[in-house]
Design a protein around this ligand. Sequence first.
Ligand code: GRF
Length: 195
Amino acid sequence: MARKRVAVLISGRGSNMASLIEAAKAPDYPAEIVLVVSNRPDAAGLALAAKADVRTAVVDHTPFAKDRQAFERALQTVLDEHRIELICLAGFMRLFTPWFVGRWSGRMLNIHPALLPAFKGLNTHERALAAGVKSHGATVHFVVPDMDSGPVIAQAEVPVLADDTPDTLAARVLAVEHRIYPEALRRVAEGTVTA
Ligand code: GRF
């Protein structure tokens, strides 16, 4: 079966993007990362992608500040040019309108650094420590119009240790993110998980 053509959308560091690119090198992986798109021209992940010989594009959101759908139309044009079939959001820091989410329903994945439905939104590690939870983790889910909601594809749990700081906890969570995102994309691309 043809491998699914995937775009990874980033805004920054791109470590999850790199884990997807690495996983997709396996000959039996059912998806190929054909494009990395950043909404920020200075995202560090762009250089990582280029180094891995993956095509990159920048769709800067700033000229579209007053019209979110115009930004999304520009993004859609780039995705169409590359015949993208699945989108992986990986540290992409923009919210989409229901129009774009509907356009990609069941074909757009996101990774969130918490055990959803706990700790939606930002600063999840700080909030987990403040709440005193004993376990924390990461979730890959299909994107729906409500932020950090949508059917869960994969989750992994990590312990919260007594001396954790947000940084030490984030590092422990990130390690499992890099494992579960490639697994989740594999399942979606081969069709064993659907929204
Ligand atoms: C990750 O923690 C991811 O879960 C969250 O943003 C962070 C992105 O990190 N959505 P990176 O750019 O993949 O290194």
